[in-house]
Write a protein that binds this ligand. Structure first.
Ligand code: 0RQ
Length: 502
């Protein structure tokens, strides 16, 4: 097939992945493209992993800092983590090998709000970005870049890195051209201006990424698919969770607190969030919109069925089947989807202005409404906070979802005190499990505790939670958020000792 590198000067920089990887030295910080299995570089990370292996065999240490948009795929995070090639990883991952290294203490990881990453780099808070490795869908004659299936932090990487390596992936659908909205108007304080988005579909930027051609040291041509893990089909619990959410949203419409077509939806990663989107497809709501970060299978189905008029995101996060469907029918979807940089898709100002309805998965919540999205038993990372904090704090409605139990009922996802806090009681308005929905708006901590236990906890764990709360009311040093400090985390330590919270 014809080359997608139309710029003559850049054609001269085409080389193999191994030659390009040889330009990356140990100790540098590399800004890679990639967001939830979309648009990550397909060949350079593997070439780099080969280089690292060779260096290790020669007795040399070879490690780099890896900055991305969000999670990537086995070809990037898996390949580099398996050769112990990552010194520091940020801002979000979900790779099993990566997770194992982090939890073994062999890799540093900073878990950052996704809207913060770009500005932290502009501010100089994260140190120097040496090299950008960015997948694009093509290079125009004038050197502008057609973004790939995710935008993520690419604008910032291309702008801030000293040197740039491009992967031009001809597998990416050519019709992606024109689906992006890259905003170049962001300034640093004190000169910042409002971000002029007032509807999810507003275009405020341009469809291409820019890059100073003198910084581009290599161009590698690839032809390889994005890879994402399939979602599990919604089970009974996730269907019940979706049912509670839809009943609640219907109630809010009836009470005049939401318009009939709701407000722009944000839906997070994971099976449960995806199941809620599937539930909306069978609901009476129409003319929905989305202002979200990832566009997953359920949302694509909503576009196909005509229920969702428009979706703004920063990346696709699709199962292999949904991805095949998108690519086969891109003409149907391309006018209804806009992909933006993640500092805009997750921008607190825009989320607050639009009045987003935010729905994210969680690991556990406590009886007072604090939420843990990231850690297992207080110490081990699962994935990361991702964009959940950007949305939860600033949303019109902030909703968190989980089955009431995990690991075959040995764990209660409603606990006396969360073992790690990502979203405080101040940022959490609604908790939902298959058991029911706790509407925490307007309730004090003591009032919340009763609602959370009765509506959300599994019936097997309810008596023990009530017992804890009632004894805390008697024994605690204060009655605002009553806890028995010696016992608050005993459910978690019991699990670690016996394999069960029961
Ligand atoms: O592990 O598969 O090994 O059994 O956690 O749990 O129930 O399948 O839920 O897929 O919706 O993921 C919070 C992880 C939920 C996700 C989390 C175990 C459980 C299972 C997954 P196994 P489920 P989901 C925007 C928003 C943070 C980022 C975010 C997440 C696995 O939603 O990463 O929200 N969110 N971003 O067994 C021990 C508990 C547990 C538990 C669940 N209490 N204790 N293990 N699990 N609860 C998108 C982005 O930012 C990119």
């Amino acid at each position: 097939s014809a080359s997608r590198v139309l710029n003559a000067a850049l054609r001269n920089k085409i080389m193999s992945a191994d030659e390009a990887a040889a330009l990356i030295s140990s100790g540098v910080n590399v800004g890679m493209s990639g967001f939830t299995g979309s648009g990550y570089p397909k060949s350079i990370p593997a070439a780099l992993a080969r280089r690292i292996t060779a260096a290790n065999e020669a007795g040399e240490k070879f490690r780099i800092g890896v900055w991305t948009g969000a999670s990537t795929a086995p070809e990037l995070d898996g390949a580099l983590a398996s050769v112990d090639g990552v010194e520091m990883r940020l801002p979000y991952q979900s790779d099993p090998t990566c997770r194992k290294r982090i939890n073994a203490g062999e890799m540093e990881y900073i878990d950052i709000h996704l809207s913060h990453v770009a500005q932290f780099v502009w501010f100089g808070f994260l140190g120097k970005l040496d090299i950008a490795v960015v997948e694009v869908a093509g290079i125009l004659e004038d050197g502008r870049l057609i973004p790939s299936s995710s935008v993520g932090n690419n604008k910032t990487w291309l702008d801030q890195a000293d040197k740039v390596i491009l992967e031009v992936n001809s597998w990416q659908n050519a019709q992606l051209e024109g689906m992006h909205d890259v905003y170049y108007g962001t300034q640093l304080p004190p000169n910042r201006q409002p971000i002029p988005i007032v509807r999810p579909g507003d275009r405020i930027g341009e469809p291409y990424l820019r890059c100073d051609p003198s910084k581009i040291i290599a161009v590698v041509e690839t032809n390889a698919p994005d890879r994402n893990t399939p979602f599990t089909a919604p089970d009974d619990d996730s269907r019940r969770i979706a049912g509670h959410v839809i009943e609640f949203l219907s109630h809010e419409v009836k009470m005049g607190r939401l318009p009939a077509n709701l407000l722009p939806l944000q839906s997070g990663v994971g099976n449960i969030a995806n199941a809620v989107m599937a539930g909306l497809n069978d609901s009476p709501f129409e003319h929905l919109t989305a202002y979200t970060e990832v566009l997953q299978d359920g949302m694509l189905d909503l576009i196909k069925s005509g229920k969702l008029d428009f979706a703004s995101a920063t990346a696709f996060s699709l199962s292999p089947n949904a991805l095949a469907e998108l690519n086969a029918d891109m003409a149907l979807y391309r006018d209804k989807i806009l992909l933006r940089p993640q500092e805009i898709s997750n921008h607190p100002e825009v989320i607050r202005r639009l009045g987003v309805i935010s729905m994210n998965g969680m690991i556990e919540a406590d009886i007072f409404g604090n939420v843990n999205s990231t850690h297992i038993m207080g110490s081990s990372i699962m994935n990361g906070i991702g964009g959940s904090g950007d949305f939860a704090r600033n949303a019109y409605l902030s909703i968190f979802l989980t089955p009431s139990q995990a690991k075959n009922g040995s764990i209660s996802c409603i606990v006396p005190m969360v073992s790690h806090t990502d979203h405080t009681e101040h940022d959490v308005q609604v908790l939902v499990t298959e058991q029911g929905l706790a509407d925490l708006r307007g309730l004090s901590p003591k009032q919340r505790a009763k609602v959370v236990i009765d509506k959300c906890a599994h019936p097997d764990f309810r008596p023990a939670l009530h017992d804890y709360y009632e004894r805390a009311m008697k024994q605690a040093s204060g009655r605002q958020t009553p806890h028995i400090l010696d016992e608050a985390l005993s459910w978690h330590s019991r699990y670690l000792k016996t394999g069960s919270m029961r």
